[in-house]
Structures are given as structure tokens and as C-alpha cells.
Design a protein around this ligand. Sequence first.
Ligand SMILES: Nc1ncnc2c1ncn2[C@@H]1O[C@H](COP(=O)(O)OP(=O)(O)OP(=O)(O)O)[C@@H](O)[C@H]1O
Ligand SMILES: [Mg+2]
Length: 273
Amino acid sequence: MRSKPLLSLRDVHYVYPNGTPAIRGVSLDVLPGQRVALLGENGSGKTTLARLMVGLVRPSKGSVRLGDVDYETLTTHDIAREVGIVFQNPDHQIFLERVWDEVAFGPRNYGLSPAQVEERVGTALHEFDLWEDRYRLPVALSGGERKSVAFASSFALRPRVLLLDEPTKGMDYGRKRRLATMADRLTAEDRTVFFITHDVDFAYASTERAVVLRRGRVLLEGRTRDVLSRSDLADAGLHEATAPLLLATMRERGISPDSALYREVQRRVEAVS
Ligand SMILES: Nc1ncnc2c1ncn2[C@@H]1O[C@H](COP(=O)(O)OP(=O)(O)OP(=O)(O)O)[C@@H](O)[C@H]1O
Ligand SMILES: [Mg+2]
């Protein structure tokens, strides 16, 4: 049975106040328990779509629903309890003096008990390797560490849908893997995580569904493995992920998918992306 969508977008349009049409008729069902890559060239509308999904901007036309409830009847604060976002530059989402308080801010604000707050914050800090830094000033952390504080803060809130805008940019391999692990933990609880990214290899390795935007519309949508193996991705300003490209090249050169060499390359290349 197909699960009920967490969010449904129907023919959503958004025009910025200066007249720029950024989203031009997007319909999308956000299903529970999925890791979704939202891809597309610069200016294709990814961040604007994320703002619409968290209710920071409202559609110029069309509708967004949370379960059965239209966003029109919800405040941004109501939506924020269920749909979280970490922005492209999370520095302006960090404002408290200690890492621990920063991560505890949301859970405290949403009325969790002190014991629940302790548990949520401890788990989130360990998840992002920040436990040792818990008493440090966020401003005194490195860029990647500060981004991790923003991820830990959003993870501690356990939103039903979490949108991460360019989360892997500037992050080392270990922290990218931690992000993927966080997404696994959230999806295991039937929550959904969107990775807005230009990193096709990360998307290939860490998501099962991909949505590609072009000029404010959905150009491609489907299983990540299928979408990121398409040779016409260049039309959307993207390139194929390395793993399928390499494996396709081997097949074209006559190396059988059953051969030991093919299988070894497949195992190794899929493990690092
Ligand atoms: N505050 C704004 N006012 C007016 N137009 C905007 C504003 N923000 C974005 N736009 C325009 O809306 C369109 C979509 O922008 P958006 O930021 O959603 O793209 P994006 O896919 O996130 O790009 P990137 O990969 O560069 O982050 C672009 O044409 C952009 O110029
Ligand atoms: Mg953007």
C-alpha cells in the first residue's frame, strides 16, 4: 500500500516580490521514510522550493498541505514543529553562547521535559562528533563544525520532514557520512530528509529518490539510481554520478558485470561516494 504523503504540493507557483518567477508549477508528494535528493543548476528554484515547504514564503498560486491540513490555515510556527530546515549558510541560525544550549534551544522551546532535552541533545552531539565541544562558543568553531551544530540542532527536534540546503558543501568525508547516518536514523522513524545538493556522488550514495528542478519546474523525478545514471542530465546542468558512469564505461568496453574485476570496482566505487 502506498503511504500517505507527509507533504503534498499541488501546482505550486512562487513569484518573488520583484517579479522573478522562481517556482512555476511544481506538484510533489513527500512520502514518509525517504531520503530525497533535490538537484538542479544554480537558480533552478531549490532553495525557494525549500522555503515554500517550510512555510517561510507562501505560494503565489497552488497549495501546500501537511497531511490533510492546508498551509493556509497554519502559522509558520505550526509548520516549523513538523518541517525543519538548515539553510545554505547556517551561521545566522546559530545565536547562543554554548554549543550545548544551541542544540537544546529547540527541544526546550517545544516543551520537552529536562530529561528528554538532555537525551535529545546528548544523542545529537554524539551523532555529529560535537560532544567534546559542548561547552565551546559556536563562534569559535570552524566552518564545518558550526554547520554540524546546525545539523545537530535540527536533528534534536526530530521534524517529520527535514530540509538541508547544501549540507555537504565544505564538509569532510567523515562529516558527510555522519549526515548520511542522521538521515538513516530519521527515515527509520518514517521521517523524510531532503538533501538539496550539487554533490551527485553524495546523492547517489545516500538517497533513494531524486527530484531534478529546471527553471522552477520538475524536470526529472524517480529512483536516484535511475535519475543519476541518465546521460541527458547535462540538460539540467548536472552530470552523472561517478559510480554508474564508471560501471557503464566498463560494460561498454566489454567487461562483464559478472566478472570479478567489475564486481570489485563496483564495490569499491560505491563505498567511497
Ligand atoms: N530574494 C529573492 N528575490 C528575487 N529573486 C530571487 C530571490 N531569491 C532567489 N531569487 C531568484 O529565484 C530563482 C530561484 O532561486 P533559488 O535561490 O531558489 O535557486 P537555487 O536552485 O537554490 O540556486 P543555487 O543552486 O544557486 O542555490 C532564481 O532566478 C533567483 O535569481
Ligand atoms: Mg539555493
